[in-house]
Design a protein around this ligand. Structure first.
Ligand code: PLP
Length: 358
């Protein structure tokens, strides 16, 4: 079975097998890792190791804090302005799709937000975005927020805003899928449930000069300074999710890290897009320059066949292909844990479906 859900997404099979083996007796503790204190020595060691592995994978500079938080991507939609936007300041938000728009709506509760809608339609109704050089940014903005991979829309860009202000990026759907230069960002955040681990854990990577001042009125669980000063254990962290994320990081290192992931992800995405582009039966309306490696929306020319497509896909062990309700059609999310074989099986199924119904 291959699960194409946009999140919570598949975890690597080897990780699930290891977790199963040590489920009720983790490291000879006589109980599960989820049953021990986050303040116990073995858990603290696990937590530190997970952080170090992530630092190694992303080459995170020493002046960045790595925070394991609660609250998901949406929690960070609030945490970012609460931590970074001071009274009287403005923050810029680049809108490239549904999630960056949601981030705007949350941030507007806390301060002055300047939005730059970079979505455009080019010839033939192709969805695109304008290039970073054209974005109108506010000089001296407290930060510039963007979402380089829009999970719902299947739009991904790699160019960053051209600004002296700190760049804050929602990398929920792209973190660990390819190398990034962390030093170009002020804050990176990501809900875990795509390329990291199970939902319930949220990662924030924060340049230390951006930590808020002491005693700023921020809800404690969203306060980057408190999280950093308490090694992400100001309150009880999502311990089991943290443990699984740690196993995923070790798995990624064994696979060859994010460089190897980029190679694999590009091949998986090309296989699927190339087939869609060759076929008249399926289509994807995102500009080729901005197509997501992680989330591939596609449409059947005859939308009346959608339900049949989904039902038969499920019979073939291809799950969760229904498109997001805002976009419609289909969507295949092909995160790190999706093997090439999953995409090959999907393409074979799509070919056969086209042969029968085309
Ligand atoms: N940002 C992006 C890019 C997402 O894909 C999602 C969820 O899919 C979110 C934010 C919201 O995350 P959460 O559901 O963890 O709040």
């Amino acid at each position: 079975t291959f699960n194409f859900c946009a999140g919570p997404a598949m975890l690597p099979v080897e990780v699930m097998q290891q977790a199963q083996q040590e489920f009720i007796n983790w490291q000879q503790q006589g109980c599960s890792v989820m049953e021990i204190s986050h303040r116990s020595k073995p858990f603290i060691k696990l937590a530190a190791e997970a952080e170090q592995d992530l630092r190694d994978l992303l080459n995170i500079p020493a002046n960045y804090k790595v925070l394991f938080m609660h609250g998901g991507g949406r929690g960070q939609f609030s945490a970012v302005p609460l931590n970074l936007l001071k009274p009287g300041q403005t923050a810029d938000y680049i809108v490239s799709g549904a999630w960056s728009q949601s981030a705007v709506e949350e941030a507007q509760k806390y301060g002055a937000i300047n939005t730059q809608d970079i979505r455009s339609k080019s010839a033939g109704g192709i969805r695109s975005i304008t290039a970073p050089e054209q974005w109108q940014l506010t000089p001296g903005a407290a930060y510039v927020h963007c979402c380089p991979n829009e999970t719902v829309d299947g739009v991904e860009f790699t160019g960053l805003p051209q600004t002296d202000s700190p760049i804050v990026a929602d990398l929920s759907s792209t973190i660990l899928s390819r190398p990034i230069d962390v030093s170009r960002y002020g804050v990176i955040y990501a809900g875990a449930q795509k390329n990291i681990g199970p939902s319930g854990l949220t990662l924030a990577i924060v340049r230390d000069d951006l930590l808020p001042a002491k005693d700023t009125a921020i809800p404690s669980v969203l306060d980057y300074r408190l999280a950093a000063e308490n090694d992400s254990m100001f309150n009880t962290p999502p311990t089991f999710a943290w443990y699984l994320a740690g196993l995923v990081f070790k798995w990624l290192k064994r696979q060859g890290g994010v460089t190897e992931m980029a190679t694999r992800n590009q091949s998986k995405a090309s296989l699927l897009y190339d087939y869609i582009d060759k076929s008249d039966f399926y289509s994807n309306d995102v500009d080729k320059a901005y197509r997501s490696w992680m989330n591939v929306p596609f449409f059947l020319a005859d939308e009346r066949l959608n339900d049949t497509f989904l039902a038969q896909a499920e019979q073939h062990g291809l799950l969760a292909l229904k498109g997001h309700r805002m976009v419609g059609g289909m969507r295949a999310s092909i995160y790190n844990a999706m093997p090439l074989a999953g995409v090959q099986t999907l393409v074979s199924f799509m070919q056969e479906f086209e042969r029968v119904h085309g």
